[in-house]
Design a protein around this ligand. Sequence first.
Ligand code: 9MJ
Length: 679
Amino acid sequence: MNDQNTDQIKKEARRLQKELTGHSYQYHVLDDPVISDVEYDMMLKRLIEIEEEFPQFSTPDSPTKRVGAPPLTGFQQAIHSIPMLSLDNAFNDQDVLDFYKRSVKNLNREDILYAAEPKLDGVAVELKYENGTLVQATTRGDGVTGEVITQNVRTIRSVPLKLHEVKMRAPSLLEVRGEIIIKRTDFDRLNKIRLEHGENVFANPRNAAAGSLRQLDSKITASRPLDIFVYGTGFVQGISFQSQSLMLDTLKDFGFPVNSHIKSGLTIDGVLKFYKELEALRDSLSYEIDGMVIKVDDIFLQQQLGEKIKSPRWAIAYKFPAMQKTTTIKDIIVQVGRTGTLTPVAILEGVNIGGAMVSRATLHNEDEIKRKDIRIGDKALVMRAGDVIPKVVKIIESERKGDEVPFEMPVHCPVCKSKIEKVKLDKSIINKCVNASCQAQLKERIKHFVSKKAFDIDGLGKKIVVQLVDEGMLKSFADVFFLEKEKLACLDRMAQKSATNLTRSIEKSKNISLRRFVYALGIDHTGENAAKLISERFSTLKDIMETSEEVLEEINGIGPETASAVCKFFSNFENKTILEDIIYSGVIITNDQPVIAESHDNPFNNKRIVLTGTLQSMPRSEAKKQLEKLGASVTSSISSKTDFLIAGENAGSKLEKAQTLGVEIMDENWFAALLKKLV
Ligand code: 9MJ
């Protein structure tokens, strides 16, 4: 390599060191990351590569030399008995295979089996138990020294304060390592409350968990919905483990939450297969994961492999593609929704987030733009999660040049030009186009009307709806049922065959349940659940049309806003005409019959039932609700008067008592099958 190239690499190393140090400070000290974790990890990987090849460019303070930023002052510090190492990252299958090859070489054997665990995106902690009692909790800090946060961790309900000694006595010393997290729904609730109190929202659950643990007042921590999953041990005395998986079983027995999606006994090919499965599962989990941790299962082999300075040789983190990326906001446009609500949308410089190209992100409403101070031209952190519309998490203020343009909400509807009204909804103000015949609203209403959970008309996608409205062929919902094959076939991009298929699926959709029908109408505040509740209360559409707000409000789960919107919808003359036309076209609305408790197939009517153990098919509260609907009374304690015990997984003393008392025991599979038949 010539001098010029070496010089270039030196410059790159210095730039990466500087930038990574800055990002590390933003992340670990300020909890305010400017780039996503994967972007950070990629930069770090590159710097490690350079420093390995050119050790002369490594400096004592390079970010590669430490696991994190120094702990904050204000908390006591403690040195970890065994350093809390971080993990090397893998970004593709080849990186994992290289990790395997290194292990094969070091151990001189090929039959290595692995444990694979979801990589939780939270805050790493160590919990120290002396003779079974929690005596200290520390953050990872820089890996060598952490902050003592015992009083805060004690407030976390899922952390055992004393070890469960059901299967074995607690050892004299046990240091347990895990990740403190906040579940997605808890996080959304926490942010909603913060917003209502005019406080800053957290960018993601990890930041919220970190911020919550860093409170000097543990009462604040106690009010935060923190959770934990444990995945390893530090220093232990009086106990030893043969494998990672047996260690986790023991930790579970001691009362720790251990993630349920851990697999062990995997070959390296099995690991790669499981990675794909876990990736597919990612969005459906109630907490965020950012990859998979792969560990050599056998602890003896782990010890043989040993550690490098910062990371073990027996484990690696196989990261998922980032779900947050930075990009530029090129423009902000305004979309008109089904109910006339105006939603500002950011038009982005296209960016690949987690395998999907993202070029738009919702900005929710005017308030949100003001609160986050989002301007056209800003660099922003954008997030995509599952099927949810991508959103702008925050803008990167340090990237501001000064020529960014603040957004102004239009005063007229961008489509029909009617004047926009400001309406209060919950605690925020929304902008609304109140012209019911606005074409934009009509398009959205019809898209909703024919969508999967409503009329479910195959072949009537969003683009065709737009085309049909623009052509004047759809002026209301009812027109859907009067579309003629010949006219459809004349449309651009519509062949004879697709026109035939479309009219066929329209015909097929004409038999619909009352629940779907009510949902399809797209009435304000009337989503799937409200439609279900209303159709359970009434037998026919006519009954709903003739009811009053008072009667609707009596339904458990229907609030005054829904009741008012439903009555308003059905009392509108135009809507009534459209409904008449729909029925005239041959649409038949059937109501799913409400459950009849007296049905002779129903073994639960007037029976006393006790639920125990963990049910896989539904939460216990839901099972209770369903049983009560079937006429049962669900009690918590078992006695000779109990008719059935429904036992889920890990049913304990109640199961034993039921057996002693001769109470009939129903397992979950049987119960679930019966419910399916009855409800
Ligand atoms: C996370 N974050 O879920 C480890 N981790 O093991 C799991 N982290 C780890 N294991 C050794 N499941 C060091 C870190």
